[in-house]
Design a binder for this molecule. Structure first.
Ligand SMILES: [Zn+2]
Length: 250
């Protein structure tokens, strides 16, 4: 059982703090300054725990977001935005992400996302693809054909910041190859398990062709963000109003 303050502490402990001056998109213009909130969910269902929200609560989140004018964008749209491409983003874009690939993402979150005309991006632990209670390749293919996006959450969910470069390379390359063979399209993003990463992690991710890495560091993202240290906004079961959660960071 963790609360928001403890979650922040946990992240601060597990993340190797690094100062990388890899600043992107310094060209002027409103698009470069645009801040995009990236929500981080884990489970949608009737399981207990602070990382699980009920389907009713998730539907309410999406209703509030839609009412406020937010439009969910795909991972591919977000990637194009980061790369400074001429992406036609909606006026109030939001990226909705899910870590860990729980089956409830398919059973509950996916139908609710469709009901509200929203999309989300799911980061998958590939060693768990055939486990009970997790998304299978068939679920992933069906969700992808429904407009959902997928990224790597490594093979084994080990903390990348604590691994050797060979181990990191294996986690990154093998998980991506598995996902690409399932999807038949390229996978270019990684969400670091438990928010753990290091300079070595970023070097290996860049070297193996990833485009961006999502952390559990809290905040919004813009073209000024460091590509392999993207912030997200964690969502907890006790958050009563998703708009108030976002407002803390914007
Ligand atoms: Zn995870």
């Amino acid at each position: 059982m963790i609360n928001r303050r403890q979650f922040i502490k946990l992240c601060a402990c597990s993340v190797t703090v690094i100062g990388i001056s890899q600043i992107w998109g310094l060209s002027g213009g409103s698009a470069a300054d645009r801040e995009i909130p990236i929500l981080l969910y884990h489970r949608v269902g009737y399981t207990s725990g602070h990382l699980s929200v009920s389907p009713e609560r998730f539907a309410n989140d999406l209703q509030l977001l839609r009412g406020k004018g937010y439009k969910a964008i795909t991972l591919e749209q977000f990637q194009s935005f980061l790369l400074n491409k001429n992406t036609d983003l909606p006026e109030k874009p939001i990226l909705i992400t899910f870590d860990d690939g729980y089956l409830d993402n398919y059973e509950y979150a996916y139908p609710i996302l469709k009901r509200y005309g929203m999309v989300a991006s799911f980061f998958i632990i590939t060693s768990m693809l055939w486990d009970k209670g997790r998304l299978s390749p068939e679920h992933i293919r069906e969700m992808a054909s429904g407009g959902m996006s997928f990224g790597s959450h490594t093979v084994s969910h080990r903390q990348l910041g604590k691994l050797t470069s060979d181990e990191i390379s294996e986690e990154l390359n093998s998980s991506r190859a598995t996902l690409e063979s399932i999807l038949g399209s390229s996978v270019q993003t990684i969400a670091y398990p438990r928010g753990s990463y290091s300079l070595e992690t970023i070097k290996e991710a860049k070297g193996s062709g990833y485009l961006a890495g999502f952390t559990t560091n809290q905040g919004t993202c813009s073209r000024r963000s460091t590509l392999f240290e993207l912030n997200r906004i964690p969502v907890f079961d006790y958050d009563r109003n998703i708009l108030e959660v976002i407002a803390r960071y914007t």
